[in-house]
Design a protein around this ligand. Structure first.
Ligand code: X8Z
Ligand code: ZN
Length: 605
């Protein structure tokens, strides 16, 4: 899977604050540092292959045995990474280090997501807990009409069901049956990982996560707040409009005209993307797009493999080499019928060279068509940097990794759908349908922003102790209300654990990356459309087939994490700043329209 990114400045600062680490052991020479890094790179690179193989087998065939094997490899991998992280600390203040050695030492120190302390047994206990939570999530079931329903089916059903009682049943059963049972394991995991983070010189695990962005953890937290402020008015306008429409559809008893929105009405189990209820909010006339990508795929008889081939076709049109033969043999494209797997989509490079794979439980619908482009973005990124040294084989920061495929998918415009034969040319929405197109896009992209931000606000709070174990559930619901303006369909108490019902919490995947990616993808898209000489409305631009854009993109991707992320951003966009402005520009016509619709209506919650 995707390894995490890292910072340089932050680590140096963190290190300076921990003299015990910096001052242990005798002084070293730059040549010894070079040798240490070379050894680390070789050993960690070699060991990452069997670790990934064991994890792949576990996630595509969950049994007690594969859990045990994955946990064992996970523990060994953590121990090894911790050993090198602690070793790297000894060289950090040494003068005369080369640029690459210095950067790689910093990467070694901050490269763990869940460190364990060196206490015997700690890494093993942590790995066992993490594997258990992740597998329990994979096997998790909710109910619909009283019957069990698995994760990928319930996710799809939340998108198509419009009966509030059934939505409530699915929401409550999923959160009660999947989230609540992991509460104790999660709390224990926090304790162990925090001990590990402290031993590495970080205040807590959240500070370690925030250290991966070429600035200090505090600076990074402040940056995320600044970025949110740029796009918050857009979210507020969408929330106001959508709440009104939900009230029109369901009436006051289900969705009031004021206050927060009921979380299960938004077409997604986590209320993170709302595009599935576009039919509920579409304005008359201007909102009738005349097509839905999922319906088009079904009408043309697409199956999941053809959806994948279509996604690959976008990348090859930019000049990227087709995926290797092994991709098609080894990927898990649909849910196996005879065993438990983790359905949540992920992209892998098992040998850090060209053993690229995707693991999905693909359904023929619009969400999964986008997800295929998303996952392939990871694979093409991994391949672009596969000649870099092992420690540089990662995204410029983790937000970049998450943004590439989404940026490509922004080019799935009506004209593009015509080009690939999915949409009848006579059905291309006319310019008077632009608001509908933008609103459809905003329901996914804009709606996501506060969710993308709050998952790690919660985890940062949990790791720092600001949200104690006795208030896990309250802390979660407070943030959901504050940032998203949503409430659960039924009252929750501290016997529950709703964060555990979202994949990335049990699987320990940091989430701020997706918030950053939501903004970065519009920066990339705006830049690509400019490179392509596009002069029309931004949301109608598709750079499909543009080899110059592809070549320039490849330059950024091939850098991996060899340089601080502003350099990678500059290489493709000319800017060194992450910013919400490109997204604001893209949705500017919609904002004007939403403000007009919302006039005189209650806003906020
Ligand atoms: O987890 C993912 C990808 C795998 S990296 C499918 N995403 C986030 C989510 O599903 O919550 C993509 C969008 C946000
Ligand atoms: Zn991803």
């Amino acid at each position: 899977m995707i390894r995490t990114g890292i910072s340089t400045v932050a680590l140096a600062l963190a290190l300076a604050a921990t003299p015990t680490l910096a001052q242990t052991a005798a002084p070293q020479t730059p040549a010894q540092a070079d040798a240490f890094v070379a050894d680390a790179e070789k050993v960690l690179g070699d060991f990452s292959v069997p670790v990934q193989q064991a994890t792949w087998i576990n996630e595509t065939y969950i049994t007690d045995d594969t859990d045990a094997i994955a946990a064992r490899f996970g523990a060994e991998s953590t121990e090894l990474q911790v050993k090198y992280a602690l070793g790297a600390a000894r060289f950090a203040t040494l003068p005369g280090l080369s640029y690459d050695t210095k950067r790689k030492l910093d990467l070694l120190r901050g490269g763990l997501t869940l460190p364990a302390p060196t206490t015997p047994g700690a890494a093993s206990e942590l790995a066992t807990i993490v594997t258990r939570m992740s597998s329990e999530y994979g096997k998790g079931k909710g109910t619909l009409d009283g019957k069990p329903i698995n994760g990928s089916d319930i996710e799809a059903a939340m998108g198509t069901t419009r009966d509030p009682a059934k939505l409530k049943e699915m929401w409550v059963s999923w959160h009660d049956q999947v989230g609540a049972p992991m509460r104790k394991d999660y709390a224990r995991q926090v304790v162990i990982a925090n001990q590990g983070a402290k031993q590495l010189g970080f205040a807590d695990t959240g500070a370690l996560w925030r250290a991966g962005y070429d600035m200090t953890p505090d600076q990074f937290a402040a940056l995320t707040d600044t970025l949110w402020k740029q796009v918050e008015p857009l979210y507020l306008a969408l929330h106001t409009y959508v709440r009104w429409k939900l009230n029109e559809k369901y009436g006051d008893a289900v969705q009031a005209k004021t206050g927060p929105i009921r979380a299960d009405l938004l077409g997604n189990m986590w209320a993170q993307e709302w595009g599935n209820i576009y039919d509920v909010v579409a304005p008359k006339g201007a909102g009738d797009l005349g097509f839905d990508v999922g319906d088009l795929l079904k009408a043309k008889g697409y199956d999941p493999v053809r959806m994948f081939k279509t996604g690959e076709g976008f990348y090859t049109s930019l000049g990227f080499k087709p995926l290797p033969e092994s991709f098609w043999k080894r990927s898990q494209i649909v849910k196996p019928a005879d065993r438990e797997v983790i359905c949540h989509a992920s992209a892998w490079d098992l040998d850090n060279k060209d053993d690229l794979r995707i693991k999905m439980c693909t359904k023929v619908n619009s969400d999964d068509f986008t997800t295929i482009h998303h996952e392939m973005g990871h694979n093409f990124y991994q391949r672009a940097y596969n000649t870099k040294p092992f420690l540089y084989e990662n995204g410029a920061n983790d937000g970049f990794h998450e943004a590439i495929g989404d940026f490509i998918a922004l080019s799935i415009t009506p004209d593009y759908l015509v080009k690939i034969g999915l949409l009848d040319p006579a059905k291309v929405p006319t310019p008077d349908k632009d608001i509908g197109l933008l609103l459809r896009q905003a329901m996914d992209k804009v709606a996501f922003l506060p969710f993308g931000l709050l998952i790690d606000k919660w985890r940062w709070g949990v790791f720092s102790g600001a949200i104690p174990e006795s208030q896990y559930e309250k802390g979660w619901n407070d943030l959901r209300l504050k940032y998203q303006g949503i409430v659960p369909p039924v009252a929750r108490d501290e016997t529950k654990f709703d964060p555990g019902a979202k994949f990335h919490v049990p699987a320990s995947v940091p989430y701020t990356r997706y918030f950053l990616a939501r903004l970065l993808q519009f920066q990339f898209y705006q830049a690509a459309c400019k490179q392509a000489g596009w002069t029309g409305p931004l949301h109608r631009c598709s750079f499909y087939g543009n080899k110059e854009v592809g070549a320039k993109l490849n330059t950024m991707l091939a850098m991996g994490q060899s340089k601080p992320w502003p350099e990678a951003l500059e290489a493709f966009t000319g800017s060194r700043e992450m910013s919400g402005q490109a997204m604001v520009d893209y949705f500017a016509p919609l904002k004007v329209w939403l403000d007009a619709q919302n006039k005189g209506k209650p806003s906020g919650w």
